[in-house]
Design a protein around this ligand. Structure first.
Ligand code: FES
Length: 234
């Protein structure tokens, strides 16, 4: 069991959890967290927000019973933590844009630490959070509240673009890749999918992702996929 250092509310329904212990992982990987007994049954997948000397940090949005229980955690409380899981984002070089929507900004802080000099784009529907924490890590920081952050980005200016956010945002990013290709540029665009998960280790198929070469699993084949690989439904 891991021990909670702090569990701070950042915005409406958004929390920053710091956990003590020797935990690591790569940017874009995730842990399965559980702070309850038999019910609710499933652990919650949370991507690594930050790793430091004391332990590991996560951001989460309260969307159901599991995350509501996480939000009650106090310093000194115990929780189950398994991981790191998933493939994560690749280590890349060149000009990089990090793009996050809502709670999708969570893994980008770790990416920004690993890829200094990246341009960072953060989009929020109502209320921005953590923008000042990102600022010193960014070559340029763009924040959009209430609009569409992707409209602020010219993909043709970048060699690599990492995108994490809700499905509609990922679909829009996929369309922008096609436009960039039509303009003669081929940025490598990586999407981090926020699929539901249950086991986290490839055993249950809850996290199934449609790809051009067939079904894949977000937990073990992802959660990061090249934009051109994914087939979105709806
Ligand atoms: Fe069980 Fe991916 S969460 S197979």
């Amino acid at each position: 069991m891991a021990t909670v250092i702090s569990n701070e509310r950042l915005a409406n329904g958004v929390y920053h959890l710091r956990v003590r212990g020797d935990y690591g992982g790569a940017m874009g990987q995730f842990y399965m967290l559980r702070a309850w007994g038999a019910y609710p049954l499933l652990s919650r997948p949370l991507s690594i927000h930050r790793v430091n000397g004391d332990g590991i940090e996560f951001l989460y949005h309260v969307v159901g019973e599991g995350t509501a229980i996480l939000a009650e955690l106090k310093p000194g409380d115990s929780l189950g933590l398994e991981g790191p899981f998933g493939n994560g984002f690749p280590a890349v070089s060149g000009k990089v844009a990090l793009v996050g929507g809502g709670i999708g900004v969570a893994p980008l802080y770790y990416c920004a630490q690993e890829l200094p000099g990246s341009d960072i784009y953060l989009g929020f529907s109502r209320e921005a959070y953590l923008t000042e924490a990102f600022r010193p890590l960014a070559a340029e920081l763009t924040v959009n509240v209430g609009g569409y952050i992707l409209e602020d980005i010219d993909f043709t200016q970048y060699d690599h673009v990492f995108v994490c956010g809700p499905q509609l945002m990922l679909q829009a990013a996929q369309l922008k890749v096609m436009s960039a290709e039509a303009a003669g540029r081929q940025p490598k665009v990586y999407l981090s999918l926020e699929n539901r998960m249950a086991c986290g280790i490839g055993a249950c198929l809850v996290c199934s992702v449609s790809c051009r070469d067939g079904k894949r699993k977000a937990c073990t084949d992802g959660p990061v996929f090249l934009a051109e690989e994914v087939v979105f439904h709806g």
